[in-house]
Design a protein around this ligand. Structure first.
Ligand code: SAM
Length: 232
């Protein structure tokens, strides 16, 4: 279970109404039940239910069971698509070990707004589900132009574009760095965006094969490719 507060031996953790509903209503847990807690900073902790109520409850932290496992310094930048597919991208990126998730508005992005809080909650659920001790931060929607204007010198971009059919080997030959993966919207990148990316020394163009993948498929394929070639 993900909680906000610091975790340490003896610390008491107050449950939110939703957490109490999940633990006591859905999972049928009661006083004395063991629960694993993490907060994204202090690793995993074994805790025990000491008070159970309909709208809340308290857990007592006992001992640390795993240290904090940080993912590689990998960001996923993507243009939001339909709601369920955007949720899918955030969920899979959190499961696959992205450290930051950055939704961007591109020329052909069809959704103008995102619910950052909902997407962050999806990242928390994904981390809970795969036993992680870290939750990636989901940023608010920002224009791609602005993100690229302030782009750090040392962070490389794995730019995935279906029009780059000959750029398969680029990733293995690129220099070291922290990395970011960039995935476009349903309509792909505009010519101006492609020219801008091509001109940046940090950018490595990458093809994910000869088929045009849906953006959500491409995000998972790119995360897998990165993990396989450059991950630990
Ligand atoms: N119209 C489809 C959809 O509904 O999602 C296809 C979208 S495709 C243009 C979306 C993004 O996925 C592209 O901007 C690119 O980042 C990535 N992508 C898809 N196929 C790819 C491929 N074969 N190689 C590299 N990137 C790819």
């Amino acid at each position: 279970l993900f909680v906000e507060m610091p975790l340490a031996a003896g610390a008491e953790v107050a449950l939110t109404e939703a957490q109490a509903h999940y633990l006591f209503g859905v999972m049928r847990q009661a006083v004395g039940a063991p629960v694993t807690l993490f907060n994204g900073r202090d690793g995993a902790w074994q805790a025990e239910v000491v008070r159970a109520a309909k709208r809340g409850g308290t857990l007592a932290c006992r001992e640390q069971t795993a240290p904090l496992r940080l993912p590689p310094d990998l960001w996923l930048i993507f243009a939001p698509i339909k709601k369920a597919r955007t949720d899918f991208i955030v969920e899979k990126a959190a499961e696959m070990g992205a450290a930051r998730i950055l939704p961007v508005a591109t020329r052909f992005t069809n959704s103008e707004r995102i619910r950052q809080d909902r997407l962050q909650a999806h990242a928390v659920e994904a981390a809970e589900q795969c036993g992680g001790t870290f939750v990636p931060e989901v940023a608010d929607l920002a224009p791609l132009d602005r993100l690229l204007a302030d782009w750090p010198q040392d962070r490389r971009i794995m730019w995935c574009d279906e029009t780059l059919l000959s750029a398969r080997a680029g990733l293995g030959q690129a220099g070291p760095g922290p990395w970011a993966i960039l995935i476009g919207p349903e309509g792909g990148f505009s010519e101006a965006e492609q020219a801008r990316l091509r001109a940046m020394p940090q950018v490595t163009p990458v093809s994910l094969g000869p088929r045009i993948l849906r953006a959500d498929t491409a995000a998972v394929a790119a995360l897998t490719l990165w993990q396989s070639v450059l991950g630990d």
